[in-house]
Every structure is written in structure tokens, then in C-alpha cells.
Design a protein around this ligand. Structure first.
Ligand code: ATP
Ligand code: MN
Length: 428
């Protein structure tokens, strides 16, 4: 048996009155009025009203909402105020039956908590707000790829199962690999740097893993990272790329995701450039001015960033961090080697991205590894590449889910990833 449809619901236009169509989708609502049933059916593109008359009603007797139907019928005008047309059913096939009650109400008339929704994610996706978040996410990804490809970046895929810790041992998941210990990659850092040798400008969009026992609205054990690395660039160059990527995403989605914004209930406002660039030193002064005890060189904690975020509500960069706060591969500043050529992109209190200019001299890199208490012997495979013509390079990693939080105005990262992994959630 074939299950073809002649049209998606959004392809039906008023000038098709009198035409026969075959639709397929999920029953959203059923209302019986005497010998007639008003049925609404939804596919991923829209919703249509179907009129079921006479004997055909036997087909949908006792049918629950969210059951899957294929309906053949004729388009006709309607008096219904929510629809421009209706479908007069001639044949109805029940392709799958849904149970009643469902674990959650996909119409959202009965509110369910986030845990119940995540436990029933497939049916949660029939909730139009949830579906809109993931349609938006799809458009965000396509906009990101478009921008990076236009800027001559080449998309790569680096390994997720790795033999040694890429950025030091903390926060790594380990697993048994044919009797050896392997780890899940926490970032593509070392591989993307190596790829600047042959490909110069690379990007990767992939899942990475952090064994962080964080219970926050912004940390996941498995998250999606957008990474770039580029030869012959400095941190200011890759900051400009990041800024135009964010501007492009906001512009593209504000224009192309009107329906999604309406359903999510959050307007995407086109952003203006340039984003404010504030040094760590300035941020330090701002935090101190708020009466908080902080030493120059201390990392900025959530509580500090909340203060800074109050003053800078939109996108802004924090640049020139103390070198010791940044990973071993970060390059120092020429005029003050205690500071680094680095930045974080913030949205208010929320960190979206970290990046910088990288070291490309293997001797300096080795001594930085030692300074940070890491063993260069653990990094031989990586260090080798630095003797094969490593160009100066810079890059960043951007958390896709964090970017989605800014676009949707939702402050729980679990809402914007399909099946979140956190310390309390490994299934479904
Ligand atoms: P944070 O301080 O917020 O824990 P980080 O500085 O440890 O983040 P980086 O190593 O700089 O994270 O990773 C680059 C980007 O990847 C971050 O700016 C963030 O957007 C995203 N990211 C990192 N860890 C996570 C996580 N556990 N869950 C979701 N996104 C993450
Ligand atoms: Mn960071």
C-alpha cells in the first residue's frame, strides 16, 4: 500500500475549490454535530478542516485525537471563521490510532511540566510551540552554514571518540574502547587547529560532551557547538566573523521565521553592529564598583556576570582576559603578556562563545602546557603538527543551544535541544 498525499496542507489555495485532494496528517480535533463531524487535521505545514458526512462517520467512530488519517476529498468554501476552505471527505483511512489519554496534551490546553514533556518528546513535538522552536533551530543552522560558507570556511567532522584528553583531564566522559580507555570529545579544538594547515578555514557543527555536574539552565552534558578555526587571522578577525554570523542569524530568522516567532511568543529583533567590546579590565572595574570583592585575575563567576549583564543587556564581547584564565593554547598579548588575545561573546549574563588567537609555536605551547600542569607527552600527536608548517591562527566555539536561548527568550536550555542530557537525565 502506498501512503502518498497529493498536497501538503499549506499548498491548498482558494482557487482550488472543486478540486480533489488527498491529505494526510494528525487529528487535532473532532466535533460531532448530528450526522456530521467537523474534524481538523494537521500536517507539519498547517491545519485544515474536514467535513465527514453520513456513513463515512463509521470510519472515525471512537477515534482519538492525534490518530493518523489519510483523507481523500474535495475542496469547498466554508462558513467557518478560522478557515478559508474545507475538505468534503469522500474516503478516510485510519493509518495509526493514538491512545487516550496521551501523556501530555499537545494542544497545550492542559499545561505539562518540562519533565513530563521531555519524557514524551515525540508527542510534545505535536505542540506547535515546541515544533516552532525546532523549526527555528533548523533555520538558524542553515543561516550559520550559509554565512560561514560565504566566508570560505570548509565544513569538517572531527572524531568524537578520542584517545587522550584534548584540553586537560577535567570534565571528560570516559568509556571502554576495546579494552583501552577512550574519552568523548569535549571540543574539536586540537583537530580544528591542525586542519588550518591544509584547509586554512574550517568549521564544524557537532555534539560535544562535558561531564559537568551542573544543574543550571544553561549547561548540558551533551551540547551542540559551532566551531571555527582560521589561518592568518587574529582574535579581532574572528570576532568580526562571529559578529556578522550573529547579525545574519537574527536578520534571517526575523524575516523567514515570522510564524515561529508568533507561536513561540517572542519577537526576534534585528541587531545592530558593532557589538560593544569591553576588556576584562573594564569588566573588573564594573564589578568592583558594584561593591563585590574580586581580585584582578579572578575568573568571572555567574554572580559577577549577572551584574555586568544588567549594564549590558544585549550582545557584547569581553576581551583581553588574563592569560591564566584561558586554555593553554591561547596566545598572549604583545604589550602585556599577562593578558591574552581572547574574548567571550556574552548576551547579558549568558556566555555564548569563547575564542582567541592561538599559539602556533610548539616550544611556547609546550611551556604553556607545563605551566598549566599538563604533560606535553600527552599531546605528542598534536605537537607534531606544529613542526609541519602551522600557520598563525584563531578561532572560537559557539554554543548553539545558548544562541537558541537568546532567539527564543527561553532561559532553560532543555527546551531548545531535543533529548537533553544532564546529570539527572539520560533517557529517553
Ligand atoms: P561555561 O563557563 O558557561 O560553563 P565554558 O567557558 O566552560 O562555558 P567553553 O569551553 O568556552 O565553555 O565552550 C565554548 C561555548 O560552548 C560556551 O561559550 C558555551 O556557549 C558552549 N558550552 C560550553 N559548555 C557547555 C555546556 N555544558 N552546555 C551547553 N553549552 C556549553
Ligand atoms: Mn568559555
Amino acid at each position: 500500500m502506498r501512503f502518498n498525499r497529493t498536497h501538503n496542507i499549506d499548498e491548498i489555495k482558494l482557487d482550488m475549490i472543486g478540486q480533489k485532494v488527498i491529505l494526510g496528517g494528525w487529528v487535532e480535533d473532532l466535533r460531532k454535530l448530528g450526522k456530521m463531524t467537523f474534524l481538523t487535521i494537521r500536517d507539519v505545514t498547517g491545519i485544515a478542516q474536514v467535513i465527514v458526512k453520513g456513513e463515512l462517520n463509521a470510519q472515525i467512530e471512537n477515534l482519538n485525537r492525534q490518530s493518523v488519517l489519510r483523507i481523500s476529498g474535495t475542496i469547498q468554501g466554508t462558513k467557518a471563521k478560522d478557515f478559508d476552505y474545507e475538505v468534503n471527505a469522500e474516503k478516510i483511512e485510519v493509518l495509526a490510532k493514538a491512545i487516550h489519554p496521551l501523556p501530555i496534551d499537545p494542544l497545550g490546553r492542559l499545561e505539562s511540566n518540562i519533565d513530563t514533556r521531555l519524557n514524551s518528546r515525540a508527542i510534545d513535538m505535536r505542540n506547535q510551540k515546541t515544533a516552532s522552536i525546532f523549526k527555528l533551530r533548523h533555520h538558524v543552522l542553515s543561516s550559520i552554514r550559509k554565512t560561514l560558507i560565504e566566508k570560505k570556511f570548509i565544513e569538517i567532522n572531527t572524531p568524537k571518540i578520542i584517545g587522550s584528553a584534548s584540553e586537560g583531564g577535567a570534565n571528560l566522559f570516559s568509556l571502554d574502547y576495546f579494552g583501552k580507555t577512550a574519552y568523548l570529545a569535549q571540543s574539536p579544538q586540537l583537530y580544528k587547529e591542525q586542519m588550518t594547515i591544509g584547509l586554512e578555514r574550517v568549521f564544524e557543527i557537532a555534539s560535544f560532551y562535558r561531564a559537568e555536574k551542573s544543574h543550571t539552565g544553561r549547561h548540558l552534558a551533551e551540547f551542540t557547538s559551532v566551531d571555527i578555526e582560521a589561518a592568518f587571522m587574529d582574535y579581532t578577525d574572528v570576532m568580526s566573523i562571529l559578529e556578522s554570523l550573529i547579525l545574519d542569524v537574527y536578520k534571517f530568522t526575523s524575516i523567514n521565521c515570522k510564524e515561529e516567532q508568533k507561536i513561540i511568543g517572542h519577537e526576534i529583533k534585528v541587531r545592530s553592529s558593532p557589538f560593544e567590546r569591553i576588556t576584562y579590565s573594564n569588566v573588573f572595574d564594573e564589578v568592583k564598583a558594584a561593591g563585590v570583592k574580586l581580585e584582578f585575575g579572578d575568573d568571572l563567576l555567574d554572580s559577577h556576570l549577572r551584574i555586568v549583564g544588567e549594564k549590558h543587556p544585549g550582545f557584547y564581547f569581553i576581551t583581553d582576559w588574563p592569560l591564566k584564565l584561558k586554555p593553554f593554547y591561547t596566545r598572549e598579548k604583545d604589550d602585556d603578556p599577562s593578558l591574552s588575545r581572547s574574548f567571550d561573546l556574552q548576551y547579558g549574563y549568558l556566555e555564548l562563545s569563547s575564542g582567541g588567537t592561538r599559539l602556533h609555536d610548539s616550544e611556547v605551547l609546550k611551556s604553556r602546557l607545563r605551566e598549566q600542569g599538563l604533560d606535553p607527552a600527552q599531546f605528542v600527536d598534536h605537537l607534531k603538527a606544529f613542526d609541519w608548517g602551522m600557520p598563525p591562527h584563531a578561532g572560537w566555539g559557539l554554543g548553539l543551544e545558548r544562541l537558541m536561548m537568546t532567539l527564543t527568550g527561553i532561559d532553560n536550555v532543555r527546551e531548545v535541544i531535543l533529548y537533553p542530557r544532564d546529570p539527572d537525565r539520560l533517557t529517553p
